[in-house]
Design a protein around this ligand. Structure first.
Ligand code: SAM
Length: 309
Protein backbone atom coordinates (compact mmCIF):
# COMPACT_ATOMS: atom_id res chain seq x y z
CA UNK A 1 0.00 0.00 0.00
CA UNK A 2 2.98 2.32 -0.06
CA UNK A 3 3.02 5.40 -2.27
CA UNK A 4 6.20 5.65 -4.33
CA UNK A 5 8.45 8.60 -5.17
CA UNK A 6 6.56 9.17 -8.42
CA UNK A 7 3.27 9.67 -6.56
CA UNK A 8 1.10 12.07 -8.56
CA UNK A 9 0.15 15.19 -6.66
CA UNK A 10 -3.53 15.83 -6.16
CA UNK A 11 -4.79 19.06 -7.71
CA UNK A 12 -7.50 20.50 -5.51
CA UNK A 13 -10.80 20.96 -7.36
CA UNK A 14 -13.00 24.11 -7.24
CA UNK A 15 -10.74 25.67 -4.62
CA UNK A 16 -11.91 29.31 -4.73
CA UNK A 17 -15.52 28.27 -5.21
CA UNK A 18 -15.29 26.04 -2.12
CA UNK A 19 -13.81 28.76 0.10
CA UNK A 20 -16.50 31.15 -1.06
CA UNK A 21 -19.30 28.62 -0.58
CA UNK A 22 -18.05 27.85 2.94
CA UNK A 23 -17.92 31.62 3.62
CA UNK A 24 -14.62 31.04 5.44
CA UNK A 25 -13.92 33.75 8.00
CA UNK A 26 -11.12 34.52 10.49
CA UNK A 27 -11.55 32.63 13.75
CA UNK A 28 -13.99 30.15 12.19
CA UNK A 29 -14.24 26.47 13.00
CA UNK A 30 -14.40 23.98 10.11
CA UNK A 31 -14.58 20.25 9.49
CA UNK A 32 -13.02 18.75 6.35
CA UNK A 33 -14.54 15.26 6.15
CA UNK A 34 -12.35 14.21 3.21
CA UNK A 35 -8.95 15.66 4.04
CA UNK A 36 -7.06 13.88 1.23
CA UNK A 37 -3.90 15.75 0.29
CA UNK A 38 -5.02 18.69 2.45
CA UNK A 39 -5.47 21.18 -0.40
CA UNK A 40 -8.86 22.54 0.67
CA UNK A 41 -7.83 22.28 4.32
CA UNK A 42 -4.77 24.46 3.76
CA UNK A 43 -6.83 27.16 2.05
CA UNK A 44 -9.43 27.02 4.85
CA UNK A 45 -6.70 27.46 7.46
CA UNK A 46 -5.12 30.35 5.55
CA UNK A 47 -8.44 32.17 5.19
CA UNK A 48 -9.63 31.48 8.73
CA UNK A 49 -6.43 32.79 10.23
CA UNK A 50 -6.02 34.20 12.82
CA UNK A 51 -7.79 31.88 15.19
CA UNK A 52 -9.28 29.40 12.71
CA UNK A 53 -9.54 25.72 13.66
CA UNK A 54 -9.89 22.67 11.48
CA UNK A 55 -10.92 19.10 12.23
CA UNK A 56 -9.74 16.94 9.32
CA UNK A 57 -11.01 13.40 8.75
CA UNK A 58 -9.87 10.76 6.28
CA UNK A 59 -10.39 7.00 6.16
CA UNK A 60 -7.02 6.49 4.53
CA UNK A 61 -4.06 6.62 6.96
CA UNK A 62 -1.69 7.57 4.11
CA UNK A 63 -3.82 10.65 3.35
CA UNK A 64 -3.71 11.69 7.01
CA UNK A 65 0.10 11.35 7.05
CA UNK A 66 0.51 13.39 3.85
CA UNK A 67 -1.89 16.11 5.05
CA UNK A 68 -0.15 16.34 8.42
CA UNK A 69 3.08 17.25 6.64
CA UNK A 70 1.38 19.74 4.32
CA UNK A 71 -0.46 21.47 7.17
CA UNK A 72 2.56 21.59 9.49
CA UNK A 73 2.53 25.39 9.71
CA UNK A 74 -0.93 25.16 11.33
CA UNK A 75 -0.10 22.36 13.80
CA UNK A 76 -1.72 24.10 16.74
CA UNK A 77 -4.96 24.79 14.83
CA UNK A 78 -5.65 21.32 13.46
CA UNK A 79 -6.95 18.03 14.70
CA UNK A 80 -6.54 15.15 12.22
CA UNK A 81 -8.51 11.94 12.68
CA UNK A 82 -8.04 8.73 10.71
CA UNK A 83 -11.60 7.47 10.53
CA UNK A 84 -14.55 7.11 8.20
CA UNK A 85 -16.90 10.09 7.97
CA UNK A 86 -19.77 7.73 8.73
CA UNK A 87 -18.63 8.43 12.34
CA UNK A 88 -18.68 12.22 11.88
CA UNK A 89 -20.98 13.05 14.77
CA UNK A 90 -19.14 10.79 17.22
CA UNK A 91 -15.76 12.22 16.17
CA UNK A 92 -16.95 15.83 16.58
CA UNK A 93 -18.53 15.03 19.94
CA UNK A 94 -15.43 13.22 21.20
CA UNK A 95 -13.29 16.25 20.38
CA UNK A 96 -15.92 18.77 21.51
CA UNK A 97 -15.83 20.24 18.00
CA UNK A 98 -19.32 21.68 17.45
CA UNK A 99 -21.10 23.86 16.53
CA UNK A 100 -19.04 24.67 13.46
CA UNK A 101 -19.04 27.37 10.78
CA UNK A 102 -18.59 24.98 7.88
CA UNK A 103 -18.31 21.34 6.83
CA UNK A 104 -16.78 20.15 3.57
CA UNK A 105 -17.06 16.86 1.68
CA UNK A 106 -14.85 16.56 -1.43
CA UNK A 107 -15.92 13.05 -2.33
CA UNK A 108 -14.16 10.29 -4.18
CA UNK A 109 -10.46 9.62 -4.27
CA UNK A 110 -7.28 11.65 -4.58
CA UNK A 111 -4.87 11.26 -7.48
CA UNK A 112 -2.28 9.33 -5.39
CA UNK A 113 -4.96 6.86 -4.32
CA UNK A 114 -6.20 6.40 -7.87
CA UNK A 115 -2.86 6.04 -9.51
CA UNK A 116 -0.30 4.69 -7.10
CA UNK A 117 -1.87 3.26 -3.96
CA UNK A 118 -1.44 -0.28 -5.35
CA UNK A 119 -5.03 -1.01 -4.28
CA UNK A 120 -6.57 -1.53 -7.69
CA UNK A 121 -8.62 1.65 -8.04
CA UNK A 122 -7.32 2.21 -11.55
CA UNK A 123 -6.57 -0.27 -14.31
CA UNK A 124 -3.53 1.47 -15.77
CA UNK A 125 -1.28 -1.12 -14.10
CA UNK A 126 -1.89 -4.65 -12.83
CA UNK A 127 -2.80 -4.48 -9.13
CA UNK A 128 -4.69 -6.66 -6.66
CA UNK A 129 -8.43 -5.91 -6.68
CA UNK A 130 -8.58 -4.48 -3.16
CA UNK A 131 -10.24 -1.00 -3.43
CA UNK A 132 -10.58 -0.50 0.33
CA UNK A 133 -9.91 3.02 1.60
CA UNK A 134 -8.59 1.50 4.80
CA UNK A 135 -7.22 -1.95 5.57
CA UNK A 136 -9.52 -2.01 8.62
CA UNK A 137 -12.43 -2.68 6.25
CA UNK A 138 -13.10 -6.38 5.74
CA UNK A 139 -14.46 -6.82 2.23
CA UNK A 140 -12.32 -6.27 -0.87
CA UNK A 141 -13.37 -5.90 -4.50
CA UNK A 142 -12.00 -9.40 -5.20
CA UNK A 143 -14.19 -10.81 -2.39
CA UNK A 144 -17.29 -9.29 -4.00
CA UNK A 145 -16.34 -10.48 -7.49
CA UNK A 146 -15.53 -14.01 -6.40
CA UNK A 147 -18.37 -14.69 -3.98
CA UNK A 148 -21.46 -12.84 -5.29
CA UNK A 149 -24.03 -14.62 -7.42
CA UNK A 150 -24.43 -13.67 -11.07
CA UNK A 151 -27.73 -11.93 -10.26
CA UNK A 152 -26.09 -9.94 -7.44
CA UNK A 153 -23.22 -8.89 -9.70
CA UNK A 154 -25.64 -7.86 -12.46
CA UNK A 155 -27.59 -5.72 -10.00
CA UNK A 156 -24.45 -4.18 -8.49
CA UNK A 157 -22.86 -3.30 -11.85
CA UNK A 158 -26.15 -1.94 -13.17
CA UNK A 159 -27.10 0.22 -10.21
CA UNK A 160 -23.71 1.42 -8.94
CA UNK A 161 -21.96 1.54 -12.33
CA UNK A 162 -24.98 2.57 -14.42
CA UNK A 163 -23.63 0.00 -16.91
CA UNK A 164 -26.12 -1.16 -19.53
CA UNK A 165 -24.12 -4.34 -20.29
CA UNK A 166 -24.20 -5.42 -16.64
CA UNK A 167 -25.84 -8.80 -17.29
CA UNK A 168 -23.26 -9.83 -19.89
CA UNK A 169 -20.31 -8.60 -17.81
CA UNK A 170 -21.62 -10.45 -14.74
CA UNK A 171 -21.99 -13.67 -16.76
CA UNK A 172 -18.39 -13.49 -17.98
CA UNK A 173 -17.11 -12.70 -14.47
CA UNK A 174 -18.83 -15.76 -13.04
CA UNK A 175 -17.54 -17.96 -15.90
CA UNK A 176 -13.94 -16.78 -15.58
CA UNK A 177 -13.45 -16.33 -11.84
CA UNK A 178 -11.52 -16.39 -9.59
CA UNK A 179 -10.46 -12.88 -10.58
CA UNK A 180 -7.77 -11.31 -8.43
CA UNK A 181 -6.18 -8.43 -10.35
CA UNK A 182 -7.23 -5.30 -12.25
CA UNK A 183 -5.93 -6.41 -15.64
CA UNK A 184 -7.58 -9.81 -15.26
CA UNK A 185 -10.90 -8.03 -14.72
CA UNK A 186 -10.29 -5.66 -17.64
CA UNK A 187 -9.63 -8.72 -19.86
CA UNK A 188 -12.90 -10.34 -18.77
CA UNK A 189 -14.88 -7.14 -19.46
CA UNK A 190 -13.25 -6.69 -22.86
CA UNK A 191 -14.13 -10.25 -23.79
CA UNK A 192 -17.72 -9.58 -22.65
CA UNK A 193 -18.36 -6.27 -24.41
CA UNK A 194 -15.44 -5.54 -26.74
CA UNK A 195 -12.37 -3.46 -26.12
CA UNK A 196 -13.49 0.08 -27.00
CA UNK A 197 -16.78 1.82 -27.21
CA UNK A 198 -17.54 5.50 -26.75
CA UNK A 199 -15.42 7.97 -24.81
CA UNK A 200 -14.79 5.90 -21.71
CA UNK A 201 -13.05 2.55 -21.38
CA UNK A 202 -15.53 -0.36 -21.16
CA UNK A 203 -14.20 -1.30 -17.71
CA UNK A 204 -14.72 2.16 -16.18
CA UNK A 205 -18.30 1.67 -14.98
CA UNK A 206 -17.66 -1.77 -13.47
CA UNK A 207 -14.65 -0.41 -11.57
CA UNK A 208 -16.80 2.47 -10.29
CA UNK A 209 -19.49 0.04 -9.14
CA UNK A 210 -17.00 -2.12 -7.23
CA UNK A 211 -15.36 0.85 -5.53
CA UNK A 212 -18.72 2.27 -4.43
CA UNK A 213 -19.79 -1.14 -3.09
CA UNK A 214 -16.52 -1.91 -1.26
CA UNK A 215 -16.54 1.45 0.53
CA UNK A 216 -20.33 1.69 0.97
CA UNK A 217 -19.99 5.14 -0.51
CA UNK A 218 -23.66 5.96 -1.03
CA UNK A 219 -24.86 4.72 2.37
CA UNK A 220 -22.03 6.54 4.14
CA UNK A 221 -22.73 9.78 2.30
CA UNK A 222 -26.45 9.77 3.11
CA UNK A 223 -25.78 9.17 6.77
CA UNK A 224 -22.92 11.69 7.03
CA UNK A 225 -24.94 14.49 5.41
CA UNK A 226 -27.60 14.14 8.12
CA UNK A 227 -24.95 14.14 10.83
CA UNK A 228 -23.27 17.20 9.30
CA UNK A 229 -26.45 19.27 9.41
CA UNK A 230 -26.69 18.63 13.14
CA UNK A 231 -23.17 19.93 13.74
CA UNK A 232 -23.63 23.27 11.95
CA UNK A 233 -24.24 26.39 13.99
CA UNK A 234 -26.78 28.94 12.81
CA UNK A 235 -25.46 30.35 9.51
CA UNK A 236 -22.98 27.45 9.17
CA UNK A 237 -22.38 26.13 5.67
CA UNK A 238 -22.41 22.58 4.29
CA UNK A 239 -20.45 22.20 1.03
CA UNK A 240 -20.29 19.00 -1.01
CA UNK A 241 -18.29 18.30 -4.17
CA UNK A 242 -19.32 15.11 -5.94
CA UNK A 243 -17.94 13.39 -9.03
CA UNK A 244 -20.67 11.12 -10.31
CA UNK A 245 -24.40 11.32 -10.77
CA UNK A 246 -25.30 8.80 -8.05
CA UNK A 247 -23.58 10.91 -5.39
CA UNK A 248 -24.82 14.21 -6.77
CA UNK A 249 -28.40 12.94 -6.76
CA UNK A 250 -28.12 12.08 -3.06
CA UNK A 251 -26.66 15.50 -2.23
CA UNK A 252 -29.21 17.39 -4.31
CA UNK A 253 -32.20 15.53 -2.86
CA UNK A 254 -30.86 15.83 0.68
CA UNK A 255 -30.37 19.60 0.43
CA UNK A 256 -33.75 20.12 -1.25
CA UNK A 257 -35.51 18.13 1.48
CA UNK A 258 -33.70 20.00 4.25
CA UNK A 259 -34.65 23.28 2.55
CA UNK A 260 -38.28 22.15 2.39
CA UNK A 261 -38.17 21.43 6.12
CA UNK A 262 -36.58 24.84 6.72
CA UNK A 263 -33.38 23.50 8.30
CA UNK A 264 -31.13 24.57 5.42
CA UNK A 265 -31.22 27.21 2.70
CA UNK A 266 -29.66 26.52 -0.71
CA UNK A 267 -26.74 28.91 -1.28
CA UNK A 268 -26.78 28.74 -5.10
CA UNK A 269 -29.64 28.65 -7.59
CA UNK A 270 -27.64 26.31 -9.85
CA UNK A 271 -25.02 23.68 -9.21
CA UNK A 272 -21.42 24.99 -9.41
CA UNK A 273 -19.09 23.31 -11.93
CA UNK A 274 -15.44 24.01 -12.84
CA UNK A 275 -14.60 26.66 -15.42
CA UNK A 276 -13.28 25.62 -18.83
CA UNK A 277 -9.87 26.85 -17.71
CA UNK A 278 -9.91 24.59 -14.65
CA UNK A 279 -10.98 21.56 -16.70
CA UNK A 280 -8.24 22.32 -19.21
CA UNK A 281 -5.63 22.57 -16.44
CA UNK A 282 -7.01 19.60 -14.47
CA UNK A 283 -9.09 17.24 -16.67
CA UNK A 284 -10.01 15.22 -13.55
CA UNK A 285 -12.15 18.12 -12.39
CA UNK A 286 -14.51 17.81 -15.36
CA UNK A 287 -17.21 15.82 -13.57
CA UNK A 288 -17.14 17.87 -10.34
CA UNK A 289 -20.37 19.36 -9.01
CA UNK A 290 -20.46 21.62 -5.97
CA UNK A 291 -23.59 22.19 -3.91
CA UNK A 292 -23.83 24.30 -0.77
CA UNK A 293 -26.44 24.95 1.88
CA UNK A 294 -26.66 27.13 4.99
CA UNK A 295 -28.12 26.23 8.35
CA UNK A 296 -31.09 28.49 9.04
CA UNK A 297 -32.83 26.95 12.04
CA UNK A 298 -31.70 24.89 14.97
CA UNK A 299 -33.56 22.08 16.69
CA UNK A 300 -35.58 23.25 19.73
CA UNK A 301 -34.05 20.66 22.01
CA UNK A 302 -30.57 22.17 21.66
CA UNK A 303 -30.01 23.82 25.01
CA UNK A 304 -26.75 25.66 24.50
CA UNK A 305 -26.25 28.62 22.26
CA UNK A 306 -25.26 27.36 18.82
CA UNK A 307 -25.01 30.72 17.13
CA UNK A 308 -21.62 30.85 15.46
CA UNK A 309 -22.01 34.08 13.53
C1 SAM B 1 -10.87 13.89 -3.52
S1 SAM B 1 -9.95 13.46 -2.12
C2 SAM B 1 -9.90 14.96 -1.20
C3 SAM B 1 -8.86 15.94 -1.69
C4 SAM B 1 -8.72 17.17 -0.83
N1 SAM B 1 -9.95 17.93 -0.76
C5 SAM B 1 -7.60 18.05 -1.35
O1 SAM B 1 -7.88 19.14 -1.86
O2 SAM B 1 -6.44 17.67 -1.24
C6 SAM B 1 -11.09 12.52 -1.18
C7 SAM B 1 -10.54 11.95 0.12
O3 SAM B 1 -11.67 11.50 0.86
C8 SAM B 1 -11.33 10.32 1.51
N2 SAM B 1 -12.59 9.60 1.74
C9 SAM B 1 -13.44 9.10 0.82
N3 SAM B 1 -14.49 8.54 1.42
C10 SAM B 1 -14.31 8.70 2.77
C11 SAM B 1 -15.04 8.32 3.92
N4 SAM B 1 -16.21 7.67 3.83
N5 SAM B 1 -14.56 8.65 5.14
C12 SAM B 1 -13.39 9.33 5.24
N6 SAM B 1 -12.63 9.68 4.19
C13 SAM B 1 -13.08 9.39 2.96
C14 SAM B 1 -10.39 9.60 0.57
O4 SAM B 1 -9.56 8.70 1.30
C15 SAM B 1 -9.61 10.78 -0.05
O5 SAM B 1 -8.42 10.99 0.64
Amino acid sequence: MSITMSTPTHITVLLEETIEALAVQPGGRYIDCTLGAGGHALAILERSSPGGQLLGIDADPEAIAAARTRLEAYQSSILLVNDNFINLEAIATEHDFSPVHGILFDLGLSSPQLESSGRGFSFKGDEPLDMRLSSSQEVTAADILNTSSEAELTQLIRTLGEERHSRRIARYIVQERPIETTLQLVGVIERAVGSRRGRIHPATRTFQALRIAVNRELENLSSALKQATGLLGLGGRLVVISYHSLEDRIVKRFMQQEAKEARLRLVHKKVITPSLAEVHFNPRSRSAKLRAAERITLPREVGRDQTVY
